[in-house]
Design a protein around this ligand. Sequence first.
Ligand code: BES
Ligand code: MN
Ligand code: ZN
Length: 505
Amino acid sequence: MEVVVAQSDVTAIEVDVLVVNLFEGVTKPGGATGAVDSALGGVITELIADGEITGSASELTLIHTPNNAYPNFSPSRVLVVGLGSSDSFDTDGIRRVSASVIRKLRSSGVKHAATIVHGAGIGGLETSSATQATVEGSLLGSYRFLKYRTTDKKRKPDVGKLTIVEADSAKIDEIKTGIERGVAYSQAEILARNLVNEPANKLAPADLAATAQSVANENGLDCIVLEEADVTKLGMGAYVGVSQGGPRPLKFIHMTYAGDSANSENNLWLIGKGITFDSGGISIKPGAGMGKMKGDMGGGASVIAAIQAIAQLKPKLNVHVVCAATDNMPGGSAQRPGDVVTAMNGMTIEVDNTDAEGRLTLADAIGYAKSKGAERIVDVATLTGAARVALGDGVSPLFGNDEELVSSVLETSSKVGEPMWRLPLDSVTKRQNASKIADLKNTGGRGGGSTTAAHFIADFAGDTPWVHIDVAATSMLDSTRGWMPAGATGVPTRSLIELAMSLGG
Ligand code: BES
Ligand code: MN
Ligand code: ZN
């Protein structure tokens, strides 16, 4: 879908559908909705009085306005969307409403729609961020993964063009900024979704590396890919141990955006778990639901996707992306429970359970980042089933060792509508990772599964400022929620972009 701005009176724009809005409880619409109401002889006011339009959140009312009946009104139809209560309205509300609207437009066969920016009038939100949220809701809300659906002939095509219409010339520049950001953020999140939705037989570590390489080529980034021999030489025994159970070669991906090359220490390292399929290894998973483990590279997908938008929006800091990609398979040469491996930083790990593989790969990815001078690390991982037990699938557990970085991530995540909640790294759960034979074991036993996993990673982050986001529950959904479709959500791609924008702003 193409998104453009037009400086025009709403009544004069030639489109299939014009989208306007209404807060709950408003009996006489103002602004653009008021202008439409007047041009249509008060039909919206009348529908409010009749009780058909109430303004409740995502209420959709389509009014047909054929040209012969309304010669001075250009749009063929008007869609009035309810915004809900004006006190609680925020950019999440905009994304939610825009997603409902775009799906309604698609199901009505609309090719070209125009919309006002939701929330910028009496909603009181800044024009550029309200525009960005309108664009994000529209692009993310209309997402479908149709690549492997070849026989459905009746499917409605996507809306081809969305025009953001604004009469006030003073707001056009802000709207352009909002569109540019909304498009970049959404395209990145969609890339992450596509990678997560891709079946494991179509996405080996080499395919993830090829995607990273093409993102780099298209956006002027550096990208290096280390092979098994390279990472073995670097001492990444924990990572190599995970990969040895399957035939598809590991790929260690390192992408760089140099936004402040004069100050190499002004850096942010984004590390994503990149398990292209997690069978559990020898500690094999039960069959039911195992197919979802094609998405165990969701963290890696989100960091690769985020750096694409970062390269386009150019914040002033250096961003590095690392993804230690591999399958976790139970082949004859697989590592066994009880094995001891040595990580890049020299620490030894007892592999108590081969299904706790993510933390093993992250240990070496972090070791690498630290060896290259990482000043701040954010890792993203579909790490523990316990994340869902703790917080459900609407909020990602977050852990960290640095108050400032933790606050920055929490702030940016709530701004973009990807909720996170900090859990403690307490000393009691930390002891659960103690091994009798090695420095650490990769499981923490009963209780606090997300926390013991985080403690494990914390030991490799050491004193480098670090945040860990567990997206095991939030990376994929069973059913559509607002702008997030069933399947991959792309979370937390937009949080990472926003973080880089705020750190390098
Ligand atoms: N990839 C899984 C975690 C996961 C579970 C992600 C469900 C998405 C949905 C991870 O590698 C794993 O298997 N974790 C184990 C750890 C345990 C063996 C200590 C888990 O959570 O059960
Ligand atoms: Mn696992
Ligand atoms: Zn896993």
